[in-house]
Design a protein around this ligand. Structure first.
Ligand code: CUA
Length: 324
């Protein structure tokens, strides 16, 4: 009985979104703190159980017990000693998580919206590229990330790489991401922020440094104009129906403004997920989201376009699929 239960419980300790499966030095430090605290809690539990058994047996046999001595040693001295030891260890261990932020010359700005993450890649003050719900970082390097919110309080949490930090309107918070090896992990908004809070996810993709530089250079390029007939029609439809909120940076695209502005779609086809990191970026899902986003993510700011003819919707999806 105990073995299957333990196996089931431990399943939750691995995977792309787990504090206990660290993929970088900060997350490893946090996991270490967790295990020490867990060990301390288990030791205290075991000790309390032994004392409780002793108390029961003393009562049964009628052995006299010096109540004051037990209250002072078990109720005052023991908690003071163990909690002080764990506190000192925790404060000391956490100091290493507050290491000086990396060189801010190249940084990533993450802006939380209900219910998606805007991701901006900056060099100095100039914007290189803008994307959504996916952060790409070079592996083996500390990357500075600044966090802001456009509406309510959110919380940025990528458990395999770093601690959790709130994203608060009117404030700029900072966090460092550092992945040891190339790979993909998942993050999640960790502060209730409205109906679709649960569907506010993101992925962090760590790449080899050279691969990352090439990817960023490609993202900084404008979108290629479509060549095939259906995609050309799709681009026209996109400009009619979508460009008030979404930017595709090509020869005609201009940045939309206002609170309704949605993700930059200039290179949307290069992303693995859409809809706040919750739907795989497949042609079928893209078409489904354009057609009826309110069915897939009720309450989001994008209206459904089910009233348009299927040919127009398919043309738009075809156009977006080509934006690599
Ligand atoms: Cu954003 Cu919860």
């Amino acid at each position: 009985m105990a073995v299957p239960v333990l196996a089931l419980a431990l399943c939750g300790c691995a995977g792309i979104q787990s504090t206990l499966d660290p993929k970088g030095p900060q997350a490893a430090e946090i996991a270490h703190i967790w295990w020490v605290m867990f060990g301390g809690a288990c030791a205290v539990l075991a000790l309390v159980m032994v004392l409780a058994l002793r108390a029961f047996s003393a009562r049964r046999t009628g052995t006299p017990v010096d109540a004051n001595r037990w209250i002072l040693s078990g109720g005052v001295a023991l908690p003071v000693v163990t909690l002080t030891a764990l506190l000192v260890y925790g404060v000391y261990a956490m100091a290493s998580l507050r290491a000086a932020p990396p060189d801010d010359h190249e940084r990533i700005e993450v802006i939380a919206h209900q219910w998606w993450w805007e991701v901006r890649y900056l060099r100095g003050d100039s914007l290189l590229a803008s994307a959504a719900n996916e952060i790409r970082i070079p592996a083996g390097r500390r990357v500075a990330v600044t966090l802001q919110s456009r509406d309510v309080i959110h919380s940025f949490w990528v458990p395999s790489l770093a601690g959790k930090i709130d994203v608060i309107p009117g404030r700029v918070n900072r966090i460092t991401l550092h992945a040891d090896e190339p790979g993909t992990v998942r993050g999640q908004c960790a502060e209730y922020c409205g109906a679709q809070h649960a569907r506010m996810g993101l992925h962090v993709v760590a790449l080899q440094a050279t691969e990352h530089a090439a990817w960023l250079a490609a993202q900084a390029e404008p979108a290629r104009l479509p060549a095939d007939g259906q995609a050309i029609v799709g681009r026209r439809q996109f400009q009619l129906h979508c460009a008030a909120c979404h930017l595709v940076r090509d020869s005609e695209g201009t940045a939309p403004g206002g609170p309704a502005a949605g993700p930059d779609l200039t290179h949307v086809a290069s992303r693995a997920f859409i809809a706040g990191g919750t739907l795989e970026n497949t042609p079928g899902n893209l078409l489904a989201f354009i057609t009826d986003s309110q069915a897939l993510k009720p309450g989001n700011r994008m209206p459904s376009f089910a009233h348009l003819e299927p040919e127009r919707l398919q043309a738009m999806a075809r156009y977006l699929e080509g934006l690599e």
